[in-house]
Each structure stands twice: as C-alpha cells, then as structure tokens.
Design a protein around this ligand. Sequence first.
Ligand code: SAM
Ligand code: MG
Length: 297
Amino acid sequence: MPLDGQGQDVGSEEEGGGKEHCHTAWTAAASSSMWLYFLFVCGGVMAALYALWSWLIPAVVQYNPLLVVLWHDIIVQRVLNFLTGSTQPQRILKAVQNNATWGDAESVIATIDNYCRRKEWAMNVGDDKGPILDSVVSEVSPKVALELGTYCGYSTIRIARLLSPGSCLITLEFNPDCAIIARQIIAWAGLQDRVQLLEGPSKDLIPQMKESFRVKSFDFVFLDHWKEYYLPDTKLLEECGLLRKGTVLLADNVICPGTPKYLEYVRNSPRYESCYFKSHLEYTKVEDGLEKSVFLG
Ligand SMILES: C[S@@+](CC[C@H](N)C(=O)[O-])C[C@H]1O[C@@H](n2cnc3c(N)ncnc32)[C@H](O)[C@@H]1O
Ligand SMILES: [Mg+2]
C-alpha cells in the first residue's frame, strides 16, 4: 500500500510536474514573444521618432521662418544641449576637430556647412549667402575690415581667407563662451594672424577703435550681430569717423529675422547707395538676403 501509494503518489507527482513544466514552457514562450513584440513596437516607435526628428520636421519647417526658429533654435538645440551636456559652439568645434584639415580654411568652412545642414542648424551666414559675402569682400579687397558678431567664427573665416597679405579683420563678440570657441576654430583654419577677436559689446568697442586699436577707418563692415543693433551701431560708426567715402557695409539677415529700421535708413539716406542680394536664410528655404550699402561720405 505504501509502495502502491508511493507509486501512485510518484505517478501523480510526475503528471503534475509535466503539467507544470508544460505550463512554464508556455509562460516562457508567451513572455518571450511578448518581449519580441514589445521590442518590435519600441523599435518602430524609435524609427518613427528618428525619421520625424531628422527628416520630416526639418523638411516641413524649412519653408517657414517662425517654425525654423522654433524648431531648430529652440527645441533641437535645447534637446541636444541636454542630451550631450554640451553647447552648440562646442559641438561645432568638435565637428571641426574631427573632420576638418588643420590649417585649411576651405575644409573648416565645408565641415561647418556639412554639420549644420545634416546635424543641427546654426546661425552662421551659411553656404547660400556665403558666396555673396565672398564676392563683395573680393570686390572691395579691404585692408581693414570689421565684423559685428563672431559666433563660432564661420563668417570670420570666410572673410579672412580672402584678405590680401597685410590686411586684417577685427571681429567683435560679446559672448565669452562663443569667443573661446571661435578663437579655436579660427586657429584651426590657420587664420589667427589676420584676425583680431575683441570680446565685448559693439557699443563699447566701436568708440575705442581709433585710440585703442589704431584704426583710421574701415574699408568693409559685415553686420551680423543682434538685429536691433544694426542701426545704432551704423550711426555710431559714422559718429566715430570710422566710415570713409567708399566704405562698404554688408548686412546679413535683413529679411529674416529682418532689420526694417536699418533697411529704411540705408535705403533712404543720401549718405548711402544701397542694393539687396536675394538669397535664403542659412541652411533653409526661407527667403533672406544681404544688403550692400556704400557710404558716400
Ligand atoms: C548671428 S551670430 C554671428 C554669426 C557669424 N557672423 C557667422 O555668420 O558665422 C550673432 C553673434 O553676435 C553676437 N552679438 C550680438 N550682439 C552683439 C553686440 N552688440 N556686440 C557684440 N557681439 C554681439 C552674439 O553673441 C552672436 O554670437
Ligand atoms: Mg547672420
């Protein structure tokens, strides 16, 4: 009996064990297929988000000035700052160090354009308006040039690489974090000897140009700092006697974000002869352009 009982007991245990084993195998199979399904859904969601982030939204917003600023300058930049623990100028410097040839200005320009077209938009004058800037600089062939607003040094490099030996470019930047990066990018392009980067607000530095930096007058001025300063700084340059008959002012972003007061001034003042070069806001399809204004004295 005990044997039978034991035998019966063993038999029923084996049966129970088999059922349990079967049940466990089913649970394992079900949970692994649930996992596979979960991973598949997550992968799909990630792929869709990536396509939205890197292709669909940029393709849609590139036609609208407000959406461009909202998406690229506010959302994407903040997300990348948060995820990478770095600033946009630091990321641009890294792209230059990883991809551009040391001492080769053209390769620095191409690297920055490539990075800003493919990875993240930045407020450089860019590769659409860049050739217009190049042609005006080449035509003027300035001995002494001024740039208002350096950011990472992209336009500084575009201008400085076209200067003849003995010429120089003074560039002003009031954000010290940008100035640190710009110095390194300008050095990477091999142009540090032709460029003097001054840190501080234009309204304080412009009046010091004659005494502290021995500038008689500028042959060329590139205006590309915050748009509300274009007009007051132009008037300051006039008051300080830093414009001579024939000085060429070239102003970026006169349509987007726009500089209506400056445009009204240079287009209506008898002291300037002004013309517009139509193009696009950097790395987008939004209309923007450069205003070239020759100071008549
Ligand atoms: C549009 S970004 C310059 C882009 C640069 N010119 C390029 O194309 O590569 C404008 C820069 O001007 C600087 N800035 C704005 N207002 C300024 C001022 N009043 N004085 C000096 N720097 C200024 C900002 O900190 C910013 O880095
Ligand atoms: Mg600009």
